[in-house]
Structure formats: C-alpha cells, structure tokens
Ligand binder design. Structure first.
Ligand code: EPU
Length: 445
C-alpha cells in the first residue's frame, strides 16, 4: 500500500485541469446496461472506483476497453448480459455498485445485489431506492445479505422520496426510462451529476424532463440505444472545489480549468466570504469554464452548513474544515446530510487544529499554523482535507491509507506538484526519518 508525504508551506501557483466527475461517471457507466450495443464515453476519470465499476460490468458480461491515460475514451459493449448480480466483494468496496439494481431490473427483469451496509460516514440505507423501484412494480426479497429483485412489467408511477437521495434518484430514474407510462419523481435530488445522467439517458432515447429540479418527469420508452456520438462526462465540481481550497489554504493563486463554474456557486461564495479573490469565466472552452482564485490577505472564518444542491456540498465539508483550521477566528461547520462525517476532525487535531465536534456541528477556532504529522485517511473527502492541511502545515505530513484518495482524485500528486507543491507517493515501508525534511528515506527491512 502507498502513502503520501507532503512538505508543506508552499503557496500553489499555476493552472490545473479538472477531470471527469466520479459521481457522474459511475451512474453513466452503469446506465449503459440499459441500451444493448457499443458505447463510447469521453472524459472518464482514471480512478479506482471507475476501475471497480468496469470490473463489475465485466462480471455482468459487458467487457470494456480502456486505453492508457487520463480522460481516455472508454469503449463498452453491453450487447449481452450474462449475470444479473452485484456481489458483496464489489459492493462493500464501492456503494455505488447498488446502482446496477434499476438498470438490471429494467433490462433483465431480475437482479441480485448485495446490500452495502454502513460506511465510514454513516449508516446510508437504500430503502428509498427499493421504495421507488417497488412503486414501479418491482418486488424484493432479502436473502443472506442480498436483495433479490424481480419485475414482470415496469409501470410508470408517482414516487415521493422521503429525502433527496442522489443515487436513489438515479437508480429509480434508470428503471423509469423503460417503464410503461409516465413516472413522476417527487423530492428528487437536484445534484448536477443527476442532471448529467439524465442527459446521457436522453442521448440514448429516453424522455425525461425536470432534471435539476426536485420534480423529474419520465415518459417511458420501449427500448434505448447507445448514443450516436461519444458522450463526455461532466467535469468534477468537488475536485475543482478541492483545488480552489488548496490555493486558498496555501495563500496561492491558481486557475482551475474545465471547471463546472455554474455548479460551484456555494463553494465560490464561501471562498469569497473567506477573503479570497475569485473570478470566473464560463467561456473556458471544453466541457467547463475557468475559475481563478487568489489569496493575499488572511483567511476569514466562514461558517457553513451542508445542504443538498445548490447548497454547500457535503463532499466539500471536510476540505472546508481544514481551511477554517487556519482562519483568523471561530467558525461553525454543520453537517446535515450524513450523521458521521467528522472523522477528519480527530486527524486535524493531531496537526494542531482546534476543533470541537459535537453531534452534527463542529466549532473550529483557527490557529496561526498547522504542524506536519502522521495522519490516517478515513474516507475519500477526509483524505482530501488532510492533503490540504498538509499543504499548509509547517514541516512534513505523512498520510496513511491512501487508497481512499485514489477512489476520487485522478493523479492528485502530479496535479499538485505541477502547481508547485511538494507531494510524494511512496510505499508504506518508507519512513520519514528526518522530521521537516522533504525527502523520504527508505528504512532497511
Ligand atoms: N438515505 C436514506 N435512504 C436511502 C438513500 C439515502 O436514508 O435509501 C440518506 C443517506 O443515509 C444520507 C442522505 O439520505 O443521509 C443522502 O444520501 P444520498 O443517497 O444522497 O447519498 P448517496 O447517493 O449514497 C452520493 C454521492 C456521495 C455524496 C452524496 C451526497 C455518489 C456515488 N455518491 O451518495 O459522494 O456525498 O451523494 O451528495 O454519487 C463522495 O464522492 O465522497 C461521496 C460520498
């Protein structure tokens, strides 16, 4: 296993290009199951979760060809489905595997999917996925930790989600597109990744209206076909936000290219309130625009509360906590989406941050500087917050359990180093023997 060494204290400067969005790529890759044939997808990020999704699709009987290199064109053949199952060993590594439920039921009339169980950030049940699919006519049985689903005939229905759920909305949407009649999804998630999925489904012939609002209407069609042109995945708003936060925490000046500017509103607003100069240009060429951030003065404390889109995203909460750890004063961070998403706080404390988590709220009292330390990544965004803290800290930081980071950030250290950071990925048996040194040293044995 690898770990990351960061020698902190260098203001980031330059331009960084955002990769395709993980949380759009995963449902779109899985949605190809709905339309038998060859699919071409562009801007697919080279991430561990994408690899897992492609291997799951391979086990289902749909081989893929992924050329070397980031953002390469992925070729997927979904002509034949041999196996309608998402096994536990895949689902436990990646909860998004549960997204095969809707497409497999719609195409095969049956699916067997392991229940994901809890994870580091919360219990995260899938009751809303099942409730929505049941409304469309699916029947489920629980057996040995698996959900066995069957349906003879999918029928359009009115579905009321108890809360806006991103993958729940996506799962039900992917079944509703092939149902007989009209479905209306009320209290649907409005996240941009749901919108990108709806666009992809439409490119395959689906009839969908209202994506991006809380009411999505679907007029079912008898069959879908692969899009006529290659489909490009939207850029990753959380990756973009993380690089903006990296520029902010190091007091640098960074331009983020191919950024989904319109989807970053709440994050940009918070960064401006924290004293950063942020300018945007939606004419950046390619799939997104450009965001330029510069910080010359001290960071001001800004309290945030996570909310479904267009509110402040829960996937930027951990990064914001790192930023506020070095702001000039007290801020409050309230997490309203997940019940246990403050695991990074304990690690930031080890770096000298002053944070008091209390239930869903954490009070952060900014300190003049963080200190490098050995810390443990607990989930994907927690890892990103530790990277930000390491970039700003005095001395060296060692981040263990790097695999979390590789699930969601493409070539992170290469991108950061191109901005002037000093980040090295090394095997776990390499130890930092000189605190404060940028140079890791391999310890014999
Ligand atoms: N919920 C239920 N029942 C359900 C579904 C959700 O109670 O059937 C609850 C969850 O426990 C949570 C809330 O509803 O408290 C919202 O969860 P949601 O279903 O929206 O989350 P998700 O679909 O499992 C996606 C992203 C997450 C992101 C959340 C919130 C993907 C693959 N994952 O998860 O991304 O945090 O939406 O925006 O799209 C990440 O990228 O680091 C990540 C965790």
């Amino acid at each position: 296993m690898d770990k990351l060494f960061i020698h902190g204290g260098r203001p980031l400067q330059g331009t960084v290009r955002v990769s395709g969005a993980k949380n759009a790529a995963l449902p779109i890759l899985i949605a190809t199951l709905l339309a038998p044939g060859e699919h071409l997808l562009d801007n697919v990020p080279d991430l561990a979760d994408v690899g897992l999704t492609l291997s799951l699709l391979g086990r289902i009987g749909c081989p893929s060809l992924v050329p070397e290199g980031a953002g390469a064109r992925v070729r997927l053949d979904t002509s034949r489905i041999a196996w309608s199952e998402a096994p536990y060993d895949v689902v436990r590594k990646m909860r998004a595997s549960v997204l095969v439920l809707g497409p497999l039921l719609a195409r095969q009339g049956q699916a067997r999917v392991s229940l994901p169980g809890g994870c580091a950030i919360g219990v995260r049940p899938v009751d809303q996925h099942l409730k929505g699919l049941e409304a469309l006519g699916c029947r489920f049985e629980l057996e040995g930790g698996y959900v066995n689903g069957r349906v003879d005939h999918l029928r359009g229905a009115e579905i009321h989600f108890d809360m806006p759920t991103v993958t729940g909305t996506e799962n039900v949407l992917m079944a509703a597109v092939l149902a007989d009649g009209v479905s209306v999804l009320h209290n649907a998630a409005r996240e941009p990744e749901v919108v990108d999925l709806a666009r992809f489904l439409r490119a395959m012939g689906a009839r969908i209206e209202g994506e991006g609002t809380s009411t999505i209407t679907v007029d079912g069609v008898p069959a879908l076909r692969p899009p006529r042109a290659p489909y490009a995945i939207m850029p990753d708003r959380i990756e973009a936000g993380t690089y903006l936060a990296a520029a902010a925490i190091t007091g640098g000046a960074v331009t983020v290219e191919q950024a989904p500017v319109d989807e970053l509103g709440a994050v940009i607003e918070a960064l401006r309130a924290a004293g950063c100069e942020v300018s945007t240009d939606t004419q950046g060429g390619g799939p997104g625009g450009r965001v330029h951030l510069r910080r010359t003065g001290p960071l001001q404390p800004v309290s945030i509360e996570t909310q479904p889109h267009p509110g402040f995203p829960t996937d930027m909460q951990a990064q914001w906590m790192a930023l506020m750890s070095v702001a000039q004063g007290r801020s409050e961070i309230r997490e309203t989406i997940f019940e246990n998403r403050f695991m990074h706080a304990a690690e930031l404390l080890r770096m000298g941050a002053r944070i008091e988590p209390d239930g869903h709220c954490a009070v952060v009292n900014g300190v003049p500087a963080l200190q490098g330390a050995t810390v443990m990544a607990t989930d994907l965004r927690a890892s990103a917050s530790l990277v930000l803290a390491g970039l700003a800290a005095q001395g060296s930081t060692e981040i263990l359990r790097l695999y979390h980071l590789d699930r969601g950030y493409e070539r992170l250290e290469a991108k950061l180093n191109a901005l002037g950071a000093d980040v090295q990925r090394v095997p776990d048996d390499v130890r930092l023997v000189r605190p404060g040194s940028a140079q890791p040293v391999r310890v014999a044995g």
